[in-house]
Ligand binder design. Structure first.
Ligand SMILES: *[C@@H]1O[C@H](CO)[C@@H](O)[C@H](O)[C@H]1NC(C)=O
Ligand SMILES: *[C@@H]1O[C@H](CO)[C@@H](O)[C@H](O)[C@H]1NC(C)=O
Ligand SMILES: *[C@@H]1O[C@H](CO)[C@@H](O)[C@H](O)[C@H]1NC(C)=O
Ligand SMILES: *[C@@H]1O[C@H](CO)[C@@H](O)[C@H](O)[C@H]1NC(C)=O
Ligand SMILES: *[C@@H]1O[C@H](CO)[C@@H](O)[C@H](O)[C@H]1NC(C)=O
Length: 727
């Protein structure tokens, strides 16, 4: 895509691309570990859903019967892009080689969010435990070798790798019983290089642990999301103290409080994201509720949540107003969300994204949308903003997969290391045997019961609405009104009758003097942006395909289309080349297939450069602003004409784009500018329909940003026509 090319070139010119060719990458590698003292780089890798498949067969069929295991078809040397096939080992090797050459020297840690076994999709080749553990061992060893401090690994690793379970890393998939169990034992061994020694007990009990990736500064929490996962029939949510989900939440609470007391921050990571829309969800509701509550209470500590599983590149914004304490006590109706499938069919992916979009339309935009307004100092005077940092929200980022359901991807996130230049490094702490967490976490649970827990418990209402806003009368009034209205909607839970859950011990909120955390205001450890890499397998595989069905009206006959509706019915996507076969040159002049091109990941987009996203950083306000900018009208859809516009403009110069959009921001927000906050809110509620009228420019811009997002969501694999499905 031309825009990406331009982007890639621009990035090259700015020297932003990681591991750009230079002396650092190749020549000095063998000697480096010993010589150059390592410092923090302010970057880390998020890799997810590798799904290696030992049975992948080159040039086999990608349709459901073949499953890239048999038959003749377009399964390429590095995988069958846009299909439901899993990853060939060649793709895994090439990915690690690429990380070795381009990222290894410039990242501080790795977040690896699971699913390192093939799917259980081929009835002729059911999975067994040896296979699931086998590919997991293979990948874990690859990480250990890649970051080995010396040749035989005796000196440990240079940077920490933090793994977690995917729903396909166990048998049968999705079903994980409470621990201790044999899976935790196996993984305690497979991940022995990654799980801190002093946490092995707790890991074997529940499959959760954390790593101080920057000792005394930043910990990454590996959440066992399978205990939150609604499709795990082996457990039951997070409300009952007997459930491992409940216990994990308790562990998380205690550990985060401990971190808070030490002045540390946390990145949470897991496989299954806490995705939840009007009609769909992935987590059990009680777990989702608790998580939301925890994240809100620990908003001074948690930097972000990073997840995989869904393969779609997107983000989630959680609103504290969705927290319903009564629901946690099991006394309120949960609504009728249905559990989402393992991996979304395209039809449900489209429904899901459309629902996200309409949720975004309802978000309260940040006080100053965009730098432009900020610069002029508008809206800073007058009434104090109720929630200037968007602290009612928190953010989860969902990274797309290595397995080429679309194209293989990697994400490199960057964070602010101002003031951390001389921080102790993980490898030095590890080598010196410094252990920052010598007590077993289980012990913390008993010994370090939160001091004020009893107080909170005795206040079942836990007035979340008021605790951050006590210095703003205006807001309190609005909120209270809002609250009343909300309560009316629900059935009975009036203030005094709200049932008390004896098992709910909410975490403490930040103290009143605590400034907003790194998720909200730019500071050390705030995420500043990320660069999304992808490998264009269509280009790299270099297949020479014939299409036996070109002149029939086969579903795949239409050029470029891989038959959404058809695939949805089949629930198997055979990919963009589905049904085609490698050209052989005929029986009389057999020809070897052309060799693949050199394998490489290239920049798909970077939030530092993306002229449409315009994410100045990855704070909550930045994402809320972007989400609001994309938020469609509820129930409405995107026409393809919007896409045409996008294509044209993408090819234009970035400067033009920028100007155009800047104007857009101002006019988008124009009507709010002179209002007091309360006025603005009222206006928004009342005048939604009106506001949309006569604003063709705004709509066009919304569509443009939304389609840009969609294109990223599917890693650039969707054609214009295929985006029609997002209606
Ligand atoms: C992948 O790499 C390993 C060595 O790291 C090698 O033994 C194996 O043959 C490679 N597989 C493929 C398919 O390239
Ligand atoms: C990084 O943090 C420092 C210190 O809080 C701040 O001054 C700076 O603006 C931040 N940098 C970015 C790029 O956000
Ligand atoms: C991938 O490569 C193919 C073939 O070279 C090209 O047509 C396509 O536009 C590329 N896709 C992206 C997203 O760059
Ligand atoms: C592709 O296959 C056709 C038919 O066998 C053959 O004529 C052509 O030379 C092949 N192209 C390449 C690049 O190998
Ligand atoms: C934007 O999409 C809507 C459908 O959601 C469509 O009605 C409208 O015409 C589009 N606007 C532009 C300017 O493309």
């Amino acid at each position: 895509m031309p825009f990406r090319r331009v982007l890639a070139v621009a990035l090259l010119c700015h020297g932003v691309i990681a591991g750009r060719p230079g002396p650092a990458a190749d020549e000095t590698r063998p000697a480096r570990a010993a010589s150059a003292p390592r410092k923090l780089h302010g970057r880390f890798l998020h890799i997810t859903d590798i799904h290696p498949d030992e049975f992948y067969k080159l040039h086999s069929s990608t349709d459901e019967d073949g499953a890239c295991h048999r038959g003749k078809g377009p399964a390429g040397p590095y995988g069958a892009e846009t299909s439901d096939c899993d990853s060939p080992f060649s793709l895994v090797n090439a990915t690690f080689d690429w990380i070795d050459a381009h990222l290894k020297e410039t990242i501080d840690f790795v977040v690896w969010t699971g699913d390192s076994a093939r799917h259980d999709r081929d009835e002729d080749l059911p999975r067994n435990a040896d296979q699931v553990l086998g590919t997991n061992t293979w990948i874990a060893d690859k990480f250990a070798r890649l970051f080995a401090a010396d040749d035989d690994g005796a000196k440990g690793m240079t940077v920490p790798v933090v793994p977690t379970f995917g729903n396909n890393d166990i048998l049968p998939h999705n079903i994980l019983l409470p621990g201790p169990n044999k899976w935790f034992q196996h993984y305690a061994h497979i991940w022995r290089h990654f799980i801190p020694e002093e946490q092995r007990h707790s890991f074997e009990y529940g499959g959760w642990f954390h790593v101080e990736v920057i000792p005394d500064k930043l910990a990454v929490f590996s959440l066992n999301t399978l205990y939150f996962f609604d499709r795990n029939a082996g457990v039951d949510g997070c409300a009952n103290p007997a459930e491992p989900g409940y216990k994990q939440m308790e562990w998380l609470k205690v550990q985060l409080q401990f971190l808070r007391e030490r002045g540390m921050k946390a990145i949470l990571m897991g496989h299954v994201p806490p995705a939840r829309t009007e009609s769909k969800m992935l987590w059990d509701e009680t777990c989702w509720q608790k998580y939301s509550l925890w994240m809100h209470q620990f908003r001074d500590v948690v930097v972000v949540g990073l997840y995989g599983h869904m393969n779609i590149d997107h983000f989630l914004i959680h609103d504290k107003d969705e927290i319903d304490i009564a629901a946690l006590a099991g006394s309120a109706e949960f609504g009728t969300r249905e559990a989402m499938d393992d991996e979304l069919s395209t039809q449900s992916a489209s429904d899901y994204l459309m629902e996200l979009r309409s949720d975004w339309a309802k978000l309260t935009p940040p006080p100053t949308s965009g730098k432009e307004v900020n610069k002029e100092g508008k809206r800073r005077k007058g009434k104090k903003r109720s929630d200037p940092w968007g602290e009612r929200y928190h953010l989860s980022l969902v990274g797309p997969s290595v397995v080429p359901n679309y194209f293989p991807t990697l994400r490199v996130l960057e964070y602010n290391i101002t003031g951390l230049e001389h921080a102790l490094l993980w490898k030095d702490a590890a080598r010196k045997g410094i252990s920052h967490d010598t007590e077993a976490p289980q012990k913390h649970l008993e010994l370090r019961h939160l001091p004020d827990e009893a107080d909170i418990e005795s206040d079942p209402d836990l007035d979340l609405d008021l605790e951050t806003d006590d210095d703003d009368d205006t807001l309190d009034a609005t909120k209270k009104k809002h609250k009343k209205k909300k309560n009316k909607k629900k059935k009975p839970p009036s203030k005094d009758k709200k049932p008390k859950d004896p098992n709910l011990f909410p975490p403490l909120p930040p103290s009143k003097s605590t400034p907003p955390g790194p998720a909200y205001s730019p500071q050390p450890l705030t995420l500043t942006g990320y660069t999304q890499y992808f490998a264009n397998l269509t280009h790299i595989n270099n297949l020479n395909l014939t299409d036996p069905s070109t002149d029939t009206t086969n579903n795949d006959g239409e050029s470029g289309l891989w038959g959404w509706d058809w695939d949805w019915l089949l629930r198997w996507r055979k990919g963009k080349h589905g049904g085609k076969k490698p050209a052989t040159g005929g029986p009389h002049s057999p020809q070897p297939p052309p060799p693949p091109r050199e394998f490489a990941y290239e920049v798909e987009y970077s939030t530092f450069e993306d002229a449409i996203y315009r994410l100045g950083d990855l704070t909550v306000n930045s994402f809320v602003e972007l989400a609001v900018r994309m938020g469609g009208e509820v129930g409405k859809s995107v026409g393809v004409d919007g896409l045409g516009g996008q294509g044209d403009e993408e090819e234009g110069s970035e400067g033009d784009d920028g100007d155009d959009d800047e104007g857009g921001v101002e006019s988008d927000d124009g009507d709010d500018d002179d209002d007091t906050e309360v006025g603005a809110e009222k206006k928004k509620k009342k005048g939604k329909g009106k506001k949309g009228e006569g604003k063709k420019g705004k709509k066009r811009k919304q569509n443009k940003t939304w389609l840009h997002f969609l294109r990223h969501a599917f890693v650039g694999t969707l054609e214009k026509d295929e985006l029609k499905n997002f209606t």
